[in-house]
Design a protein around this ligand. Structure first.
Ligand code: ADP
Ligand code: MG
Length: 282
């Protein structure tokens, strides 16, 4: 990890640079579907400070993944603009990493070779070996570096996907329900690991999750989306010390408040209000 980080630090004015600032300004997005326009995001504005951990919860199909794709530079908004460190996002950037619900590892590559994809694409494979080792160590996969994806449990595969994102030393980590398919126990373990990764690396995190408790365990602030087309229903600051005690009165009160917001919307739109209590997937 020595070479690239040293270079990054030289080229940056602030050597102790943490994550990047995110500014989503009045973003409206729509898709053309069945001959009609499907409005998905309606003037959504969200900001995250450098190194902040923001969670995003909202109904299925409200536009959460759509927003992450805009931040990752995979799509462009119809109106409004998305900025990272003041620069409009126009294309993907390896330092703005996106982790999906499915780990999407290449089955014909070992864990290590999967983590090496980013440096390889940047033509830096040769001088990135330390960085790859460090990423594997960060997610506790050193001993599985030479394993094949098919040999991994769900949790390990998702750790490998995280390592693949972390190897590029992201200033922004976009997480699209990354723990959504894991069993409850594994999910808890990985929540702890994600927290410690963030504490060590201080990237700016934007986590989409169905699990309100997960959002409360991890985030500094929680953005609640309305049903599609998504508007920001509320933004809730989680002023609780970490590690967070899920049985504390403060935690439970915030949980009830957020579930209340989601349930009110679900009741209004006729969808299943209990959706958020469970481990529902799409
Ligand atoms: P969420 O992640 O909140 O569940 P998405 O952002 O994936 O929701 O999708 C929001 C809505 O936009 C859904 O109705 C989905 O079908 C639609 N959508 C997403 N991507 C596209 C696309 N590329 N073309 C057409 N419709 C899309
Ligand atoms: Mg989604």
């Amino acid at each position: 990890m020595v070479t690239d980080i040293a270079q990054d630090e030289r080229s940056n004015a602030a050597p102790q640079k943490e994550g990047a600032a995110i500014d989503i300004v009045s973003v409206t997005q729509a898709f053309r579907s069945g001959g009609k326009d499907l409005p998905v995001l309606d003037e959504v504005s969200i900001s995250a400070k450098p190194g902040e951990f923001v969670a995003l919860v909202g109904p299925s199909g409200s536009g959460k993944s759509t927003l992450l794709r805009l931040l990752a530079g995979l799509d462009r908004p119809l109106f409004g603009e998305v900025y990272v460190d003041g620069e409009p996002v126009r294309k993907p950037n390896p330092r703005h990493a996106l982790v999906f619900q499915d780990p999407t590892l290449l089955p014909w590559r070992t864990v290590r070779e999967n983590v090496a994809i980013g440096p390889e694409a940047l033509g830096r494979l040769r001088d990135s070996q330390d960085r790859i080792d460090a990423a594997l160590a960060l997610v506790n996969l050193t001993e599985f570096a030479d394993a094949w994806p098919a040999q991994l449990s769900g949790g390990m595969a998702q750790r490998a996907a995280l390592a693949r994102a972390l190897v590029n030393d992201p200033s922004v980590l976009l997480l699209d329900e990354p723990l959504g398919k894991l069993d409850a126990l594994t999910r808890r373990v990985l929540q702890g690991e994600l927290l410690s990764l963030w504490e060590q690396r201080r990237f700016t995190a934007l986590l989409v999750t169905h699990d309100v408790s997960e959002a409360l365990v991890l985030a500094d602030r929680i953005v609640v989306f309305s049903p599609r087309p998504a508007q920001v229903r509320d933004i809730i600051a989680v002023n609780l010390e970490r590690p967070r005690d899920q049985s504390s009165a403060g935690f439970i009160a915030l949980r009830e408040r957020i579930l209340g917001l989601l349930d009110a919307d679900a009741a209004a739109s006729g969808t299943d209000a209990l959706h958020y209590e469970t481990d529902a997937t799409e």
